[in-house]
Design a protein around this ligand. Structure first.
Ligand code: ATP
Length: 235
């Protein structure tokens, strides 16, 4: 079986996330995509974050009608509770590293199963800074949602130093769009072209704070949840 793991803060989950997952399913014949909200995202520790329970609930709502999509508790806090009516929570100490999540998930997979890590190109360009980045490339294949303006050379140059091809090798690909499959000595990256939609969780939080409608950005059930819980108001 081909399994997709899609990690993020999902604060909230939006149509860009769902489009990426759908395109990855089609391209890599995924039987299941696990949406894994991080309890403590390593790269976003400075900004306020909604409670894990809210972010998980919105994923459950957004994926409810899709057979192959499922919310995952792989990075859930040991015990989580809502600490205020706005849903903000205090930060526990330990960040969720993707390599730990991948290794934990693999314990429940069969040898023949293939694991694919879904990620947008913005996050991918920072991948070399991730905890045990090289190990991550050994443990799973990557599915990267690219967008216009990023080249194949940008993707290769983002790799951790030990896996990165030399400049002379990547230079000819500076003008080649980031699309197709990139196979580089043990690293497999499937590039999804033009999946990226002009939407972000940040823009959604700002829209709520400004009292603007959300239906263009999120599933109706998620918009309804945000309204009923008062999430993002006054941020
Ligand atoms: P924020 O605005 O709060 O930073 P975000 O919209 O980038 O959030 P995250 O939960 O941080 O959402 O992202 C999870 C993953 O989804 C990342 O790999 C990110 O690159 C990818 N992603 C985010 N927005 C889009 C989009 N519009 N299209 C495709 N992928 C996206």
């Amino acid at each position: 079986m081909n399994i997709g793991l899609f990690g993020g803060t999902f604060d909230p989950i939006h149509r860009g996330h769902l489009a990426l997952a759908r395109a990855a399913c089609e391209r890599c014949k995924l039987s299941r995509v696990l949406f894994v909200p991080a309890n403590v995202p390593p790269h976003k520790q400075a900004q306020p974050l909604s409670a894990f329970a809210h972010r998980y609930a919105m994923i459950a709502l957004a994926t409810a009608g899709v057979r192959d999509f499922a919310p995952s508790l792989l990075e859930a806090p040991e015990e989580f509770e809502l600490k205020s009516d706005r849903g903000k929570t205090t930060r526990p100490e330990k960040p969720n590293y993707t390599i730990d999540t991948v290794l934990r998930l693999k314990q429940s997979l069969k040898k023949a199963d293939r694991l694919f890590l879904l990620i947008g190109i913005d996050a991918f360009t920072d991948i070399a800074k991730w905890h045990q980045a090289e190990a991550l490339f050994r443990e799973c294949e990557f599915v990267v949602a690219s967008r216009p303006g990023f080249s194949l050379a940008d993707v290769a140059n983002a790799l951790p130093a030990s896996l990165r091809p030399r400049q002379e090798v990547t230079r000819p690909f500076q003008k080649q769009a980031a699309t197709g499959d990139l196979l580089l000595g043990g690293v497999t990256i499937h590039l999804l072209n033009e999946v990226y939609q002009p939407v972000s969780s940040t823009a959604i939080r700002q829209a709520v704070a400004a009292g603007k409608p959300l239906t263009r950005f999120v599933e109706p059930s998620v918009a309804d949840y945000i309204k009923k819980t008062g999430l993002y108001k006054g941020r």
